[in-house]
Design a protein around this ligand. Structure first.
Ligand code: TMP
Length: 234
């Protein structure tokens, strides 16, 4: 597999073409941003840990029948993935009240929701990923009705699977963000699943073991990623 040119650089990853038009390489950086990149920093070895954590989680989801873009991990910072036509929507699933939900509705962080909440945001850095709903997505032609139903079913299934997976590792899956795309007409789960994109709290102590340590200057940022990596990959 020959690595070609970088064709996209995001805040946490770089995407490279390969000699196979169906496959690309996803490179994980140590760069961290928050609040629409107003806050920037580096989390030592984050790229290595997120690559490994994402590998384990994608493999687990695949064995449970969830189609993901993951093909194989190539080295410390790179994984080979299917090239997706990205649907420009971030899907957020919430099990507990936290983050922007707490802020938007004036609710205290930590409350358990009686059922999971699904939210959609338009994937646009310049607009700050504004929240939208399924009517926007259909009316603007970003996804069809059938694709939206598939995305919803996959998101709730991923939630049930990951909640249980993390629970067995003494972690609560508070909320997380997913991205989807099309590959030869079929919907696949893309991007990454890691402490950048999930809120993970230690059961009992409720200690935060995710990117909120960076966002909120809580300290021990690297330690949190390492601890999640140890429990997920160990
Ligand atoms: P929020 O509470 O800030 O809306 O975040 C919900 C979840 O989505 C949280 O687990 C972190 C994740 N997330 C991302 O992956 N990327 C983002 O740009 C944002 C704002 C949140």
């Amino acid at each position: 597999m020959n690595k070609g040119k970088a064709f996209y650089e995001g805040k946490a990853k770089i995407l490279y073409a390969t000699d196979d038009p169906d496959l690309i390489i996803q490179y994980f950086k140590d760069d961290a941003t928050a609040f629409n990149a107003q806050k920037r920093g580096t989390i030592q070895d984050k790229g290595i840990m997120n690559n490994k954590i994402s590998e384990v989680l994608f493999k687990f989801l695949e064995t449970e029948g969830v189609p993901t873009h993951f093909v194989q991990r190539l080295n410390d910072r790179e994984m080979l993935v299917r090239r997706l036509e990205i649907i420009p929507v971030e899907v957020i699933v919430r099990n507990l009240i936290a983050g922007s939900l707490a802020k938007r509705l004036g609710l205290e962080e930590g409350g358990l929701l009686s059922r999971p909440i699904l939210e959609h945001c338009y994937k646009s850095d310049s607009l700050g990923d504004p929240m939208i709903n399924e009517f926007h997505i259909r009316a603007l032609g970003w996804a069809t009705d059938g694709e939206l139903r598939e995305i919803e079913a996959l998101s709730f299934r991923v939630n049930a699977l990951l909640k249980d997976f993390f629970d067995r590792r003494n972690l609560m899956l508070v909320d997380f963000k997913l991205e989807f795309g099309r590959h030869h007409g079929k919907v696949y789960l893309g991007d990454e699943i890691c402490p950048d994109t999930c809120r993970l709290w230690e059961k009992g102590s409720l200690e935060k073991l995710d990117k909120d340590r960076f966002r909120r200057d809580l300290g021990k940022v690297e330690d949190a990623y390492q601890e999640v990596c140890r429990r997920v990959c160990g």
